[in-house]
Design a protein around this ligand. Structure first.
Ligand code: NAD
Ligand code: UFG
Length: 342
């Protein structure tokens, strides 16, 4: 297959690029480098010995998307990763989130249609389950969101579902990711957040490296195993493999499928911290702070559908995730730029 990856220079996109190249497929990434570095795909090329082509351009700009299809196509399928993803930021600048995350999809689908490329895998999120407390979360539960970022995912799911209903040859797989962490085992590609990380694992890694002093645990009074929030952490390489399986499914089937990508297991913040300490022999100092607004107590996937439909399941453990995340952090203390002031 020849696959276009929008947002392909980002965290999940670069790991998926590597996975697809290793499986013998060809990839082209379209990324405006708003939250990523060209270095990621350079390293993917080095690791695989294959060409991970990067086209710098914006998915909300029709001419940019058109140019990729004309100059680098034809494509058998597209994985649409491109978008803004910070929940807190989306509350501060909602219009920018709606503009980028919705316009990119509309522009992309119109260009895909024009070029007869009708197979799409979309990066959705477990955030669309909103405040649902019925764990494990399965795909048929009602959805709803608590922040503009979440609504952009929810609206994109609706847009793509409507498109697939209207045009019988369209194939869409909506992947609801749980909490992707870790890095490729080489330590050459990984998550490179700018500024102080919002998410738990990159924060823990920066405490381990001494860049940050201590972890702030957001609440220990939830109704969970130890009072701290429970999430379904999934190794980014397992997640990447889920995209390979979703693409194989998309080119063989028409219509729309919503599929969770999670392990089905929940771990608390403190369980993750202890797993990290054990896997890497590093102590993580922490303090307990009040709950973070908008957080829910427990979130983990029912992963059965992914197993049945996509023939996929996660294989890596929490220990693997902690080891690989730290391996990436210690080899690249300042991310791809190697620049302390980033
Ligand atoms: P990321 O920020 O590392 O990757 C997104 C990429 O999209 C970046 O390289 C960015 O430069 C690019 N981009 C943004 N807007 C663009 C535009 N208009 N045109 C071209 N490129 C654009 O994020 P990620 O963690 O790799 O996430 C990938 C996708 O998965 C996103 O859609 C995100 O919302 C979704 N997702 C992520 C998580 C997570 O925890 N990482 C969880 C659920 C869903
Ligand atoms: N947490 C801390 N301290 C931190 C950061 C996080 O205690 O410094 C806790 C949170 O309270 C939560 C858990 O660690 O209990 C995980 O938090 P993350 O921020 O890592 O992840 P979330 O589950 O809040 O959200 C992530 C992505 C969302 C996505 C969601 C579901 O950031 O974009 O997973 O896929 F929607």
């Amino acid at each position: 297959m020849r696959v276009l990856l929008t947002g392909g220079a980002g965290f999940i996109g670069s790991h998926t690029a590597l996975c697809l190249l290793e499986a013998g497929h060809e990839i082209v990434a379209l990324d405006n480098l708003n939250n990523s570095s060209p270095e990621a795909l350079k390293r993917v090329s080095e690791l695989t010995g294959k060409q991970a082509t990067l086209v710098v351009g914006d998915c909300t700009v029709e001419a940019d998307v058109e140019k990729v299809f004309t100059e680098y196509g034809p494509f058998d399928a597209v994985v649409h990763f491109a978008g803004h993803k910070a929940v807190g930021e989306s509350v501060s600048i909602p219009l920018e989130y709606y503009r980028n995350n919705l316009n990119s999809t509309l522009v992309l689908c119109n260009v895909m249609k024009k070029h007869g490329c009708l197979n799409l895998v979309f990066s959705s999120s477990a955030t669309v389950y909103g405040t649902n407390t019925q764990v494990p979360l399965h795909e048929d539960l009602p959805t709803g969101c608590t922040n503009p970022y979440g609504w952009t995912k929810w609206m994109n799911e609706q847009i793509l579902t409507d498109w697939s209903h209207a045009e019988k040859d369209v194939s869409v797989v909506l992947l609801r990711y749980f909490n992707p962490i870790g890095a490729h085992q080489s330590g050459r590609i990984g998550e490179d957040p700018s500024g102080i990380p919002n998410n738990l694992m990159p924060y823990v890694c920066q405490v381990a490296s001494g860049k940050l002093q201590k972890l702030h645990v957001f609440g220990n009074d939830y109704d969970t195993v130890d009072g701290t929030g429970v999430r379904d952490y999934i190794h980014v390489c397992d997640l990447a493999n889920g995209h390979l399986k979703a693409l194989e499914y998309a080119v063989e089937h028409k219509g729309v499928e919503v599929v969770n990508l999670g392990t089905g297991e929940g771990y608390s913040v403190m369980q993750l911290v202890h797993a990290f300490e054990e896997a890497n022999g590093i102590e993580i100092p922490y303090v307990v702070d009040p709950r973070r607004p908008g957080d829910i107590a427990i979130c983990y996937a029912d992963p059965k559908k992914a197993n049945e439909k996509l023939k996929w399941q996660a294989t890596r453990t929490l220990t693997d995730m902690c080891r690989d995340a730290w391996n990436w952090q210690k080899q690249n203390p300042f991310g791809y730029h190697g620049d302390e002031n980033k």
